[in-house]
Every structure is written in structure tokens, then in C-alpha cells.
Design a protein around this ligand. Structure first.
Ligand SMILES: Cc1cc2nc3c(=O)[nH]c(=O)nc-3n(C[C@H](O)[C@H](O)[C@H](O)COP(=O)(O)OP(=O)(O)OC[C@H]3O[C@@H](n4cnc5c(N)ncnc54)[C@H](O)[C@@H]3O)c2cc1C
Length: 367
């Protein structure tokens, strides 16, 4: 915004300097070298308007385009749009490609000019500026020479080159990873329309608390949705639990009820929650589908117990889960019940204390 506003003021001042008829320094400099290539003011005649420069030159046009792209990206990133129209936010954000392309070529026409180094050495503005406004034809002083101006080389590419290379590298890596075949081993439809997918993929390694991006080309080849892994690293598959939240999850669950579509998986991503195993007492608090990372943690603890893993310091876990309806409890219930039973069998019945809170209630639940 600062850059754009500065340009708007600048353009207006260029225009005023070009139109000025007094012998002020801006007026004198604006009239210099209009026929050659050494001009300073990009507005070369009184007829040239600011709008003409803005819409017919490369810097002007790219400036307008990247400003519009930025305005659209910023406004569509507001929480309201992200929550209610995620796709609008997602697709609009890809204007960043136009933004960066425009940014790189914005300065190449060399519209922003300055005095050349050689001319500076001869006619330095600090000492010579007043000669320019007052000189007459007979002036023989060094300062009476005409200063020469040239374009300042475009530099924005230097700032964006490294991020662009990293981004392209990351895209290639993600496309390659996403193309690895995913085998859907098991599909479980839980109550409250929660779909569990158990999958296998060559070379897939995970840590507790991580998430993956899932794409189903049959629904939308461009949409990737994040889901937390609910399996433990010790298992020979990875799993996710998907709750209906909008159109994509709705269509995915409907599709899985009739056939098993092709699924692409990218990841895992995110920092692992392995720290939990370093503490003697852990308190896990989850709400609704936000319980998913704890499924992974609880399962992993169980495997570590089985394998008498010495890295496990945890002696006690308090687990709290808040849910709106009873249906949601059902799908996690199996895991909790089996964990409780196994802990009791191995003489560690008090290892896990859990409390489930139901926040939505109506009388039909009693019956
Ligand atoms: C790190 C992470 C882990 C998640 N883990 C789970 C999980 O284990 N189980 C589960 O059921 N849900 C999980 N979600 C939420 C899940 O990604 C969204 O419910 C799903 O993408 C909704 O898509 P939709 O088109 O059906 O709904 P929409 O109506 O498009 O969106 C519903 C909500 O999901 C958000 N959303 C939509 N698409 C995306 C996207 N591509 N990336 C991020 N957010 C999006 C929107 O902001 C909106 O608030 C997780 C989200 C994140 C960010």
C-alpha cells in the first residue's frame, strides 16, 4: 500500500513538473533530453496523462494488475470468507502467481530513473542544482553541463527468486509424492456420519499428531483437504476419521458408500506431538472431531506399553472430550474401551482416566 500510494503521489508530481513553466528545478529537469533516452521525467509532454502512463506502460499496467491481485487476495483471506467460502479463498489466493510474475517484470522498463554515476561525478546535485535553474548560455562552470539520467535496474527479482525456486521445488515434490499409489485397506462408516479410512502407501512414515492432505480426483482434482492421522506409528497402515463439514466431505462420504474411489495422499505434515511421551502426567483435551490426534497418541501409548518401550515416561493420562451429540462418542468408544480393558489386564487400570462431556442434549437421548 505504501509503495502504491507513493507512486500515485509521484506520478502527480511528475505531471505537475512537466506542466510547470517556471524555472524551478523540477520544471527544468522535466524538459531535459526529451528527444533522446536520457530523460528523467517519464511524462514527456503536457498531453500525456497519469492514466496514460498507468495503463500503457509495463510498470504502470503490471502495477495496476498486482495491486488488484493483492487486494483480492487480502480481502478473500478474511476469516468470514475462509470459514464460509473456503474455495473462494483458496482459488483467489492462487493469484499470487500473477502477483509474483507482475512483481518481477514491474521494474524492467526502467521508468524509475536517476542521475548516472558518471554524470554525478561531473555535475553533483548537491553543488550544482542551483546552476541548473539560473544558468545562462555563456556559463562555463562545470556545473552548467547537462546532467545525464538513466534507468535504475529492476531488482525485485532478486528478492523473489529464492522463494520461487523453493516453491517450485516443493510443488514438484508434492506432485511426485501425491502420485504414489494409495491402497485403501478398510472403510468403516461410524455413527454421526464419520468415515474412517485405513490406507497404505509405500514409504509412508508418520509421527503422532501429524496430518495429511487428501485429494479425491473423482470429486475435485484440485481440492486437497487436511485430516489428522488417527493411527499410531506402530501400525502397518495409516488412518483418518472424516466428519461431514461441507460439500467436499459430504460427497466423499457418499462416494465411499457406493464404491472405493481413487485417493491421493500428500504428507504427513505438521509437528509431531511426541513430547507427550516425555512427561509423567499428560492431560489431553479435545472437542468434537478435534479428538483425532489423541486417537493416535492413545494407540501409540498402548503399543509402547506392549513393547515395554523405555522411552515412554508417561505414568498417568487424563483425557477430556467434549462432544455435541452422543453419536460422535460411539466411533471413539471402541478405542477407549479396548484401551481401558488392556490396561486393566496388565494391572494398570488407573493409567487412563477419561471424562466425556455431552454439550447438546434433548430428551430423545434418554429413550
Ligand atoms: C490441520 C487440520 C486437521 C484436520 N483434521 C481433521 C480430522 O481429523 N477430521 C475431520 O473431520 N476434519 C479435520 N479437519 C477439518 C477438515 O479439513 C475440513 O472439515 C474439510 O476440509 C471441510 O471441507 P468441505 O469442503 O467439506 O467443507 P467446507 O464447507 O468447504 O468447509 C468447512 C470448514 O472447513 C475449512 N476447510 C475447508 N476446506 C479446507 C482445506 N482444504 N483446508 C483447510 N480447511 C478447510 C473451512 O474453513 C470451513 O471452516 C482438519 C483441518 C485442519 C486444518
Amino acid at each position: 500500500a505504501v509503495h502504491t500510494i507513493a507512486h500515485l503521489f509521484n506520478m502527480e508530481r511528475y505531471n505537475q513538473s512537466q506542466q510547470a513553466t517556471d524555472r524551478s528545478l523540477p520544471a527544468v529537469l522535466s524538459k531535459m533530453h526529451l528527444q533522446g533516452n536520457n530523460w528523467l521525467n517519464p511524462i514527456h509532454s503536457n498531453q500525456t496523462t497519469v492514466e496514460y502512463v498507468a495503463f500503457t506502460t509495463i510498470p504502470g499496467l503490471t502495477g495496476v494488475i498486482i495491486t488488484l491481485a493483492l487486494i483480492l487476495m487480502v480481502t478473500s483471506s478474511t476469516e468470514f470468507i475462509r470459514r464460509n467460502y473456503f474455495e473462494v479463498f483458496w482459488y483467489t489466493h492462487h493469484l499470487f502467481l500473477i502477483y509474483f510474475a507482475g512483481l518481477v517484470i514491474h521494474g524492467i522498463a526502467g521508468l524509475v530513473r536517476g542521475q548516472t554515476e558518471q554524470s554525478m561525478a561531473e555535475v553533483h546535485p548537491h553543488h550544482c542544482a542551483h546552476y541548473l535553474t539560473q544558468r545562462d548560455q555563456n556559463c562555463t562552470h562545470d556545473c552548467c553541463k547537462d546532467p545525464e539520467f538513466g534507468s535504475i535496474p529492476a531488482e525485485s527479482w532478486k528478492w523473489v527468486l529464492a522463494p520461487i525456486i523453493l516453491y517450485i521445488f516443493e510443488r514438484i515434490l508434492r506432485v511426485w509424492r501425491a502420485r504414489q499409489k494409495v491402497l485403501v485397506k478398510k472403510v468403516v462408516m461410524h455413527p454421526a456420519r464419520v468415515l474412517e479410512l485405513q490406507m497404505q502407501k509405500k514409504g509412508f512414515r508418520m509421527e503422532v499428531g501429524q496430518y495429511i492432505f487428501v485429494n479425491c480426483p473423482a470429486i475435485s482434482p484440485l481440492e486437497w483437504h487436511p485430516f489428522t492421522l488417527t493411527s499410531a506409528p506402530e501400525e502397518d497402515f495409516f488412518s483418518i476419521h472424516i466428519r461431514v463439514a461441507g460439500d467436499w466431505t459430504e460427497r466423499l462420504i457418499d462416494t465411499f458408500q457406493s464404491e472405493i474411489p481413487r485417493i491421493e495422499v500428500d504428507g504427513p505434515f505438521g509437528t509431531a506431538s511426541e513430547d507427550v511421551f516425555q512427561y509423567e502426567v499428560a492431560m489431553l483435551v479435545g472437542a468434537g472431531i478435534g479428538v483425532t490426534p489423541f486417537a493416535s497418541i492413545l494407540k501409540s501409548i498402548w503399543y509402547k506399553f506392549q513393547q515395554a518401550d523405555q522411552t515412554l515416561k508417561t505414568k498417568k493420562i487424563y483425557f477430556y472430550w467434549l462432544c455435541r451429540d452422543t453419536g460422535a462418542f460411539a466411533w471413539f468408544n471402541d478405542l477407549l474401551a479396548s484401551l481401558e480393558q488392556k490396561m486393566a489386564e496388565s494391572g494398570k487400570a488407573d493409567f487412563l482416566t477419561y471424562r466425556l462431556f455431552l454439550t447438546g442434549w434433548d430428551t430423545s437421548i434418554v429413550s
